[in-house]
Design a protein around this ligand. Structure first.
Ligand code: HEM
Length: 201
């Protein structure tokens, strides 16, 4: 047996639920660090940052699954739903941290979404992810049939907007948001012909 088959065979017995549990655990741990005053001088900002970054890592991981299978032959497809839903969870927690712990007033939350371009862009990414999260179940996949794959192409604009949001909000030129954007655009480029075929179909 080749190494690739061995890895794929081993992966078959690994369940996806640790991704859900790990995500809940990580968010809970961050909250705990914040509550017990171990997130530095600006705990709300640190929390926002960590939750936003977790969402970006998961976005990149989710987008990498098909190229990894195509180019390397490693099949992680069964983890993709959990990765996507965990990503959505972190984005929602990120939004809630900002709205509830940072801004703390509904009228100002709305004003910021409308007035600050980087928040508008982040919000657009979140809105695009809602139909994806809602349809990440077997029933929706069956009901939507081929339209499901088309709908889930929204993950690409959502990911690009997420990275652009990051790039817009940092001060000066910083490597991390640029790297995330390059990674996401690179993963999009790897799938571009398949995406064009899907859109035309
Ligand atoms: C896919 C969606 C999103 C991703 C991937 C994302 C990612 C990030 C990341 C990585 C940061 C950290 C920047 C830093 O502190 O250096 C950040 C900051 C921030 N995000 Fe998001 N975000 C998303 C959606 C949103 C949404 C929906 C909102 C609110 C409507 C939002 C509001 C903010 C705010 C206010 C900050 C700045 C925190 C500060 O002042 O330091 N984000 N985001």
């Amino acid at each position: 047996m080749g190494l690739r088959d061995g890895i794929n065979g081993g992966l078959r017995v690994v369940p996806a639920w640790p991704i859900y549990l790990g995500s809940l655990g990580y968010a809970g741990w961050l909250l705990w660090l914040g509550i017990s005053d171990r997130l530095g001088a600006e705990p709300v900002k640190a929390l926002e940052h960590a939750l936003g970054e977790a969402a970006l890592y998961l976005l990149v991981a989710g987008l990498a699954i098909t190229p990894l299978r195509r180019l390397v032959g490693i099949n992680l497809l069964k983890f993709r739903r959990a990765i996507g839903l965990a990503c959505f969870f972190f984005v929602v927690m990120h939004l809630l941290t900002w709205a509830v712990l940072d801004v703390q007033r509904l009228d100002r939350v709305w004003a910021d979404i409308v007035k600050r371009p980087y928040i508008t862009v982040g919000m657009a990414a979140l809105l695009l992810m809602i139909p994806l999260a809602v349809t990440s179940n077997n029933w929706s996949m069956r009901r939507l049939g081929p339209a499901w794959r088309k709908l889930h192409l929204l993950v690409y604009p959502a990911a690009v907007l997420g990275a652009v949001h990051y790039l817009m909000l940092v001060k000066g030129i910083q490597l991390r948001p640029i790297l995330f954007l390059i990674l996401i655009l690179g993963l999009l480029a790897l799938r571009i012909t398949a995406i064009q075929r899907l859109v035309r179909a």
